[in-house]
Design a binder for this molecule. Structure first.
Ligand SMILES: C[S@@+](CC[C@H](N)C(=O)[O-])C[C@H]1O[C@@H](n2cnc3c(N)ncnc32)[C@H](O)[C@@H]1O
Length: 251
């Protein structure tokens, strides 16, 4: 058991074994973008909120030097097992560290992120800070592609009907709420089979919506020419989930 706020051991496992469709759909578009940008094998790609390392694994297969950070030690443990050769660290955004300082994001030629990781950062001010930290970690000429949950995503969700998924060795039930403006929260209960028993764990996920225009402005103010796109590649994202892409201007 770990002390992380989100994705402790059992939910990390449930995500890894049951909710990887999104990242697997996105990875082709991400790899394609990196190639089109001219990123070569050996160059450094940083995966923010890398989860269990599936995107990292695909990037390693392309020959990139992959670093991944995630706030959840359980996810980092899974990522190290799934993507040997990646350089994974338990780091939560915003780091509040300057580039090069201990605990700061490692410098990268490309930064990618799937699963609206930035919306997990506790407040709009901290999301703004996190975007600035991404820009600072990006080398001049480097590219960025991260997804973002906007207000439209939360507004389009059906809050009344819980989500449930039953598997042989786990069950998950998720309830949704909007307890405050710009918030989209999930009450998540997992039962995981452990030997002959079922272990229950609960997590409260507080996501903060963030507008694409605000993200673009922050990135531009920090030297990244950024724009908003409907997806990483040819996949269809849920309404209100967008992809922010950008290229860091030469120093
Ligand atoms: C929805 S999951 C996405 C995981 C993976 N990228 C994927 O697409 O499957 C969100 C991830 O963000 C991580 N996370 C949440 N808050 C974070 C923070 N403040 N800094 C870094 N990672 C965070 C979680 O631990 C989790 O792995």
């Amino acid at each position: 058991m770990t002390g992380a706020l989100y994705y402790r051991d059992d939910l990390a496992w449930v995500h890894h074994t049951g909710y990887t469709g999104y990242v697997l759909n996105a990875e082709r578009g991400i790899v394609e973008r990196l190639r089109k940008h001219g990123l070569e094998a050996g160059q450094r790609v940083l995966d923010i909120g890398c989860g269990s390392g599936l995107l990292a694994r695909a990037l390693l297969a392309q020959g990139y030097a992959v670093a991944g950070v995630d706030a959840s030690p359980a996810m980092i443990e899974l990522a190290r097992a799934q993507a040997p050769g990646g350089d994974f660290q338990a780091i939560a955004l915003p780091t509040r560290r300057r580039p090069g300082e201990d605990g700061a994001l490692p410098a990268a030629d490309a930064i990618v992120s799937t699963g609206h990781v930035l919306n997990y950062v506790g407040s709009r001010d901290d999301i703004a800070l996190a975007f600035a930290e991404l820009a600072a970690a990006l080398r001049p000429g480097g590219m960025l592609a991260v997804d973002l949950m906007t207000e439209r995503y939360a507004a389009a969700r059906d809050l009344l009907h819980p989500h449930a998924n039953v598997r042989d060795d786990w069950t998950i039930v998720t309830r949704f709420s909007r307890p405050a403006p710009h918030r989209f929260d999930r009450e998540i209960t997992v039962f995981r089979r452990v030997d002959r028993h079922w272990r229950r764990s609960d997590e409260h996920h507080a996501n903060v919506t963030f507008e694409a225009d605000a993200a673009l402005q922050i990135l531009r103010d920090h030297g990244v020419d950024a724009r908003c796109e409907p997806a990483f590649g040819d996949e269809t994202l849920p309404e209100g989930l967008v992809v922010i892409t950008g290229v860091k201007r030469a120093a």
